[in-house]
Design a protein around this ligand. Structure first.
Ligand code: ADE
Length: 252
């Protein structure tokens, strides 16, 4: 995938050079190109902010350098990109969005700073406005980082283990089952027996039951969006029964 990012702070995107995204860059699964409006300024002081018409506090991103940076980003994309503005006023990004967007191949993210961007740039340059949550960040950069990371791990070959992404929390609309590593007993808490049994079918079933149960306990809203099969419903009922009987760390 090709990501263009229009940002006054390109150094923030060096964070993507670590871990899974770093390997994806090295292996050319993703390419990230930053376009800094400051490089497109035509004024002596390289200003990138401007006063809002009508007065009021704060500054707006200066239109000319921002437009020029967006135009260059669009022209640099290997094919016509989707242009996305990051803002708390946008639609809410989630796992499903990430899954849909990896089919887009080329995306330009426009990260606003100050009090935002001129409304006419939104109208003429931006295809969609997206948010990562109901809070206000200092700029769109961290939202773009989040989105790029969430998409990258879904790309075929991005994760070492072939089906790890399919087993991620939320990929099936459920939370991930509890996981354990050594030691077998930690602070008096034992790893559930089934995980030591070597019985793969039983382990899969236990994990599905735990995923259903964990989702029911922590994120019941997700279950409302998901249609459970009869088998899943039975497993969830078993989980609920076990909870009532106090078998919280059940191994069956
Ligand atoms: N810019 C500022 N706050 C934001 C948010 N919550 N999501 C996306 N972009 C933002």
């Amino acid at each position: 995938m090709w990501f263009g990012v229009v940002t006054l702070f390109p150094e923030i995107f060096t964070a993507l050079q670590s871990g899974i995204t770093g390997r994806a860059i090295e292996e050319k699964l993703i390419h990230i190109a930053c376009f800094n409006p400051r490089d497109y300024t035509q004024n002596k002081y390289r200003n990138v902010d401007d006063r809002p018409y009508g007065g009021g506090p704060g500054m707006i991103m200066m239109t000319q350098p921002l437009r020029d940076a967006i135009h260059t980003a669009k022209e640099s994309a290997p094919a016509s990109p989707a242009v996305i503005y990051l803002s708390p006023q946008g639609k809410m990004f989630n796992q499903k969005t990430a899954e849909e967007w990896i089919t887009k191949k080329n995306i330009v993210f426009v990260a606003g700073r100050y009090e935002g961007i001129d409304e006419r740039i939104l109208q003429t340059e931006i295809d969609e406005e997206w948010s990562i949550g109901n809070y206000v960040l200092s700029g769109g950069e961290f939202a773009a980082l989040v989105m790029i990371d969430a998409m990258t791990r879904l790309l075929p070959d991005a994760l070492g283990h072939k089906d790890s992404a399919a087993k991620d929390s939320l990929s099936s609309g459920l939370l991930k089952y509890p996981q354990y590593t050594r030691p077998e007993v930690l602070e008096g808490l034992a790893v559930p027996d089934v995980l030591l049994s070597g019985n793969h079918a039983a382990i899969e079933r236990w994990r599905l039951k735990q995923s259903l149960g964990k989702t029911w306990l922590k994120r019941p809203d997700l279950l409302q969006e998901k249609k459970l099969t009869k088998d899943e419903l039975n497993l969830l009922m078993e989980f609920v029964e076990e909870q009532k009987n106090g078998k919280c760390n059940s191994s069956n």
